[in-house]
Write a protein that binds this ligand. Structure first.
Ligand code: ZN
Length: 394
């Protein structure tokens, strides 16, 4: 849960913000390089404490020394967390940070002062107070502050505030949710939740035009920079609309259902997903079709995180269970008969044994709901890796 505000640094402050971003990036990239080059026979992997010591050494003898140690240490902690998330399979592999895409740094010890109704200021290491506009009330508690520059050159500060309690009452309803091709999400209730087009037709056309223009423009030219900023503004719009959809759908689901079973889509499988596989459903298709145009992997990871956060903060229990989706697309939700031929087409499921006929995604969602039921019945903990890996948010 983040509270985001537009930061208004003065011209004098800009270079220092830029320096912090560059340092955070450098520290991250060095740690990434170290992790990539690392070979097992060297002994135990350098742990977080060792890396912090290495950073302290590096600060003594390099340009990092003139920057803020707290900013740099935080970048290293963020990298360690990213590495853990990757190992846990909830996030993709940490990637190289570039000047084009990654201009941000984090401040752990947040100090904010309200100036008046419209303005507040934040203490930034090596810089002092930087103003930001109070476009919304300040959070009751501050987690960390992330200071970032978007691709349109605008600076923001966002505070990760603890998730407020989520008001809900028990409904006795459960649901399985299938991630699909024709529909972004299909519920076992038969409902579909589709992520809307993120740009209007006009905006989409404009984006294509701008991208063509960009390809023709000379690198480093002022015009090219303008085009880049225009594209970035459209991308920011897309991201805002995607986030709105994620917030709306996760809120509705946590409010409506006592138990939500989702596919435990391993990012690794999603990346490997081949475009052709969605056309012919077969073995493993449930994993492979995870990555499609309607919900790509970052959006899925974020959607799942928000669902779990809201469920965990619910006033009355809402359980989120993630199960291995293997076989869910071929199994009959009525009689349990499982065979690849049960799929008449991508859209239609017809059971060869009992004749049960259903929308293929709804059938899969029903199987997920049943799998969640089985896991919950065993106490909602980890099942065999084959059957289910669970995260229990309650
Ligand atoms: Zn059947």
């Amino acid at each position: 849960m983040a509270h985001k505000y537009r930061l208004q640094p003065s011209d004098v402050q800009l270079p220092v913000l830029g320096m912090h971003c560059a340092h955070a990036r450098a520290v991250w990239n060095v740690a990434l390089e170290q992790a990539n080059l690392y070979r097992k026979h060297w002994g135990p992997t350098p742990n977080a404490a060792m890396r912090q010591r290495q950073l302290a050494e590096a600060r003594k003898e390099s340009w990092l020394g003139e920057g803020s140690s707290s900013v740099q240490q935080q970048a290293l902690r963020d990298f360690d967390q990213a590495l853990k998330n990757w190992w846990a399979g909830t996030h993709g592999r940490p990637t190289w940070r570039t000047k084009e895409r990654n201009n941000s740094f984090r401040v752990r010890d947040v100090s904010v002062r309200k100036i008046n109704r419209r303005w507040a200021e934040l203490l930034v290491p090596k810089l002092g107070m930087v103003r930001f506009r109070l476009s919304r009330p300040l959070p009751a508690e501050y987690g960390m502050a992330t200071i970032s520059m978007d691709r349109a050159g605008r600076w923001h500060v966002s505070f990760t505030a603890p998730q407020p309690t989520f008001e809900r009452t028990r409904t006795g309803e459960t649901v399985g949710i299938d991630v699909g091709v024709a529909h972004t999400l299909t519920l076992s209730t038969g409902e579909h939740l589709d992520m809307p087009a993120l740009l209007t037709p006009g905006e989409a056309q404009r984006k294509v035009r701008l991208q063509r223009q960009l390809a023709r423009q000379r690198k480093g030219s002022e015009r090219r920079e303008r085009t880049k900023r225009a594209i970035a503004r459209l991308s920011a719009k897309e991201a805002d609309r995607r986030n709105d959809w994620i917030e709306q759908t996760t809120t509705t689901l946590v409010r409506t259902f006592d138990r939500i079973t989702i596919e435990d889509l391993q990012i690794k499988n999603m990346v490997r997903s081949a475009a052709g596989t969605v056309e012919k459903p077969g073995a493993n298709v449930a994993q492979k079709r995870g990555l499609n145009r309607s919900i790509h992997r970052q959006a899925w990871a974020k959607w799942r995180t928000r669902l779990e956060q809201k469920a965990a903060a619910a006033t009355e229990e809402c359980q989120v269970i993630a199960v291995n989706p293997r076989g869910t697309s071929q199994r009959c939700a009525c009689c349990g008969h499982t065979e690849p031929d049960n799929r008449e087409s991508q859209a239609v499921f017809v059971c060869r044994a009992c004749g049960h006929r259903a929308n293929a995604d709804v059938n899969a969602a029903n199987n997920l709901n049943a799998a969640g039921h089985a896991v919950a019945g065993r106490g909602g903990r980890h099942g065999s890796p084959d059957e289910a890996s669970t995260t229990r948010a309650a």
